[in-house]
Design a protein around this ligand. Structure first.
Ligand SMILES: [Zn+2]
Length: 516
């Protein structure tokens, strides 16, 4: 018996699990991300191809991004199957003093990724991505993105295509591929909103004609920059936003036709997912200005290396990261006191739980690099001028009232799209169980028969599969709330979530003051 146990332990340690990974024979998986695609815009009229794909496969009716509901964070969660606390990408803009001691970095920026890897022994993204895991297991993986976020899915520097290709926002790894693409498809299109071809057209065509030239690999990751951009510019539901959705749908059609032409449509699972939902900006505010008026010396950029107690505010629009240098507890309390009385605050998270806040670990953001205070901005279910629900107050953003934004804990930012079809997915099914972006990677690896190097935070979406998967345990809705008395008012905040097989999905959170 002891020998049997040891054998089991050894086999488990070697990643060998003969009975559990049944799929994985001659399979291809395509994960296509439509940036910012709200699930309520998937209709026969808006998205004829995606609508048809949903009829053939599974519509996930209760799908979630990880918080914060931004692109870089969710792109990484999709790739790693992990919450931000574990994969290390917490926001689009973060303070990483070892890279820049004075101001924020863009986490998707090549220079930031290179500097981050240099200071962390190659662990800027702290966990391996789908493309990396699949290649290590002997499979082929390609990445093509119309946005820079695609870099984070497969960022290793390389000198030739035998180590895989990543095409991101008109750049390539290895860089030698770029000339070939330019000669074939012209320059990567500039962003005008009306250009033809669009960045999505260019990127999809490059994937199909060049990256798939010698056959469709085990794994392809394709990222559309729309409808995110148009929804930011003109609000969700605008004519331009609907046209951008149609353009993403046209590119899905291209992908499906290319798979058919290459004779692999029947052996390919296609997952269409969005990184986050979307809201309309109700008002644009300036948190730094308000902090200064309250006597808190805050800034969006230091002029010199900061001293303990100085406050750096890094806006991600629908959420704001506040760093108190040296984690000074008195200053942190002052910031929290202010936020609990501010009429634009939604939900406050802090490193240590403080009265009237939740702690960062209650939303899986508690990395060493996390801010001292993280605040989700306040939102409502009101409708915009074309009748689309979900309005949001945005901090320090380029986008004003009537334009679009996300990144908050709004119900409308925290519900996004997932539709999957192919030989390993059930047909014509609506999945009502909670699911999330963290589940994409474990499900893709399950289908391909590859054991992840370590257990992922997400789960295998067993209920949607034709192949056997891990048993689903009952899911539980959850609600937490807290309050704190201020001088003149009482602060309240709440967070709603659900849980399946230990994976927590955040539905929404918000806050408000009542008179004392
Ligand atoms: Zn966006």
């Amino acid at each position: 018996m002891r020998i049997g146990l040891i054998l089991f332990v050894l086999l488990a340690a070697a990643g060998f699990s003969p009975s559990t990974f049944a799929a994985g024979k001659n399979r291809h998986v395509v994960v296509m991300v439509w940036d910012g695609m709200r699930p309520d815009f998937v209709t026969e009229e808006n998205t004829p191809t995606l609508y048809r794909l949903a009829q053939e496969g599974v519509t996930f009716q209760n799908h979630h991004p990880v918080y914060i509901s931004s692109t870089e964070v969710n792109g990484t969660a999709i790739s790693t199957g992990a919450y931000p606390a574990h994969d290390g990408i917490l926001a689009n803009k973060e303070y990483r003093p070892e890279i820049d001691p004075l101001k924020f970095i863009h986490t998707e920026d090549m220079a930031a990724a290179r500097a981050g890897d240099a200071t962390s022994h190659g662990h800027y993204v702290r966990l391996p991505t789908l493309a990396e895991i699949i290649r290590r297991a002997g499979g082929k993986a390609v990445v093509a993105g119309a946005k820079p976020v695609a870099l984070l899915a497969d960022r290793a520097d390389r000198t030739d295509a035998s180590a895989g290709i990543n095409l991101f926002a008109g750049q390539t790894l290895p860089s030698t591929i770029l000339e070939t693409l330019k000669n074939k498809f012209g320059e990567f299109p500039i962003l005008t909103g009306t250009n033809n071809p669009t960045r999505n057209d260019w990127t999809t065509q490059a994937l199909i004609d060049t990256l798939w030239k010698d056959g469709v690999p085990e794994f392809s990751f394709l990222w559309m920059n729309e409808p995110d951009l148009s929804q930011h510019m003109t609000g969700p539901g605008s004519e331009r936003s609907l046209a951008a959705i149609r353009n993403a749908d046209d590119n899905l059609d291209r992908v499906l036709k290319a798979l058919a032409a290459k004779g692999v449509r029947d052996t390919t699972d296609v997952l269409v997912v969005s990184d986050h939902g979307f809201s309309t900006v109700s008002s644009s505010v300036d948190l730094v200005d308000s902090l200064l008026q309250a006597g808190i010396h805050a800034t969006r950029q230091f002029k010199a290396t900061p001293a303990s107690g100085e406050v750096l505010v890094i806006s991600n629009a629908g959420s704001v990261l506040i760093y108190v240098i040296g984690h000074d507890p008195k200053m942190t309390q002052q910031v929290v006191d202010f936020l609990q009385g501010w009429s634009h605050t939604g939900v406050i998270f802090t490193r240590q739980q403080m009265p009237g806040t939740f702690s960062l670990n209650q939303i899986h953001v508690d990395a060493a690099t996390a801010p001292d205070v993280l605040v989700s901005m306040r939102w409502t279910a009101d409708k915009n001028d074309v009748g689309v629900p979900g309005m949001l107050t945005s901090d320090g953003s380029d986008y004003g009232p009537g334009q679009g934004m996300h990144v908050s804990l709004s119900h409308f930012d925290m519900h996004n799209t997932l539709i999957a079809a192919g030989p390993d997915f059930r047909s014509g099914v609506f999945d009502a169980l909670p699911t999330g972006n963290v589940d994409v990677a474990p499900t893709v690896l399950w289908i391909l028969g590859i054991q992840p190097p370590e257990k992922m935070d997400g789960r295998v979406l067993t209920e949607a599969l034709t192949v056997k998967g891990p048993k689903i345990n009952i899911f539980e809705p959850g609600h937490i709330e807290t309050e704190r008395e201020q001088k003149k008012s009482v602060w309240h905040q709440y967070l709603n979530f659900t849980e399946v097989n230990g994976v927590v999905y955040y539905d929404e959170g918000n806050g408000y003051q009542t008179p004392k």
